[in-house]
Design a protein around this ligand. Structure first.
Ligand code: DGY
Length: 321
C-alpha cells in the first residue's frame, strides 16, 4: 500500500472531520487547539505534505518564503483566505484551497441575528433582565428600529451576500447591493444594483458587509463612507474586521450618526475592540458566523475533498493558486 500523505491539522476540527482525516491521512493533530505562530508554521512545513488550517494560521509572504519544500498544499478550513498570501504561496508552487458555499447559510443566519439584535437593542434588553434591573415598563421604553420594510444594502453579492438577501426579503426588506458586476435576474431576485459603494450607501438603512478582505477593501467603511449612510443607520459585519475603520465606526456610534452596529468580526482577533464594550448599541459576537455543527462538518469535508483531489493528481475544485 502506498504511504499515506502526512497531514497537519493545527486546530480542533469537528469529530467527523478528524475521523475521516485520520482514516485517509497520516495525521498530526494539535489536540491542544492553540494558535500557531510563524515559526511553528515553518517548522511543521518540514514535517508534513499538507496542512488543513483555519483563518487563525497566517501564511504571510514572510512565512511563505520560509516554508519547507515538503509542504505541497494548504487546504483551508475557511472561505476567507486573507490570512494567506496567495501570490507568495503560488510562487512557491504551493496549492491553496478554501471552502466556499458550505458556510453561506450559517453566516447569513448570524448576519440576521446581528441585524435584528442591533436594531431591537438585544444587548441592553438582555443585560437589564439578566441583572435584575428590569423594574419598569412603558410604551416609550426600549424602542428600536424596525427591520420589516426597511432598505438593506449589501456590499458583496456573492454566495453569502445572496443567502443574506434571501433572508432579508423574508423580512420584507428592499434589497440594494453593490457588486463589481450586476447579477443575472435569477440571482438578483429583484435586488437593486449599484455600480459603486458610494451610490449604495445613502440607500442603506441597514448595511451588511459580505465582501472579502483584500488590499482594495481594507478600511472600506471609513469615516467618509459611514457619513454617506442615512442618519440612524445600522452596520452589520460578518465578513472581516479589516473592512471597517473601527475608530471611524466608534465615532459614528458616539455621534449618533449610526444608531447601532452588529459585529462578528474585528480588526484584532481573538479579543475584539475593548472600546466598543462601553456601547450597548454595538451587538458583538466572537467570529462565529460559520459555527454550527453541520457547517463545521461541511467545511472540514470540503477541505478534505480538496486534499483528496490534490493527492489523486487532480486540480482541486476550490484551487486558488
Ligand atoms: C471563513 O470561513 O472565512 C470564516 O470566517 C471562518 O473562518
Amino acid at each position: 500500500m502506498p504511504q499515506r500523505p502526512r497531514l497537519w491539522i493545527p486546530r480542533r476540527l469537528s469529530d467527523a472531520t478528524l475521523e475521516r482525516a485520520q482514516r485517509d491521512y497520516d495525521c498530526v493533530i494539535n489536540w491542544d487547539d492553540t494558535e500557531s505562530d510563524a515559526d511553528t508554521l515553518v517548522r511543521m512545513s518540514a514535517e508534513v505534505d499538507a496542512v488543513l488550517p483555519c483563518h487563525s494560521e497566517h501564511f504571510s509572504a514572510e512565512v511563505a518564503a520560509r516554508l519547507d519544500p515538503r509542504l505541497r498544499i494548504i487546504a483551508n478550513h475557511s472561505v476567507g483566505v486573507d490570512h494567506c498570501d496567495l501570490a507568495a504561496l503560488g510562487a512557491r508552487g504551493i496549492m491553496v484551497t478554501n471552502t466556499p458555499d458550505v458556510l453561506s447559510d450559517a453566516t447569513a443566519e448570524i448576519a440576521m441575528l446581528l441585524m435584528l439584535g442591533a436594531a431591537r437593542r438585544a444587548v441592553e434588553g438582555d443585560t437589564m433582565v439578566r441583572q435584575g434591573k428590569w423594574d419598569v415598563w412603558s410604551p416609550s421604553f426600549m424602542v428600536g428600529k424596525q427591520v420589516t420594510g426597511a432598505r438593506v444594502g449589501i456590499i458583496g453579492m456573492g454566495r453569502v451576500g445572496r443567502a443574506f438577501a434571501a433572508r432579508a426579503r423574508g423580512f420584507g426588506m428592499q434589497v440594494h447591493y453593490a457588486n463589481r458586476t450586476r447579477l443575472s435576474p435569477e440571482l438578483e431576485q429583484g435586488a437593486i444594483w449599484h455600480d459603486s459603494v458610494e451610490s449604495l450607501l445613502p440607500q442603506a438603512d441597514f448595511l451588511s458587509l459580505h465582501c472579502p478582505a483584500t488590499p482594495q477593501t481594507r478600511g472600506l467603511m471609513n469615516a467618509d463612507r459611514l457619513a454617506l449612510m442615512p442618519k440612524g443607520a445600522i452596520l452589520v459585519n460578518t465578513a472581516r474586521g479589516a473592512l471597517v475603520d473601527e475608530a471611524a465606526l466608534l465615532a459614528a456610534i458616539v455621534s449618533g450618526h449610526l444608531s447601532a452596529a452588529g459585529l462578528d468580526c474585528f480588526q484584532v482577533e481573538p479579543g475584539g475592540n475593548p472600546a466598543f464594550a462601553a456601547h450597548p448599541n454595538i451587538f458583538m459576537l466572537p467570529h462565529i458566523g460559520s459555527a454550527t455543527v453541520s457547517t463545521r462538518d461541511a467545511m472540514g469535508f470540503r477541505a478534505l475533498d480538496n486534499l483528496d483531489a490534490f493527492f489523486r493528481g487532480e486540480r482541486p475544485r476550490d484551487a486558488l493558486t
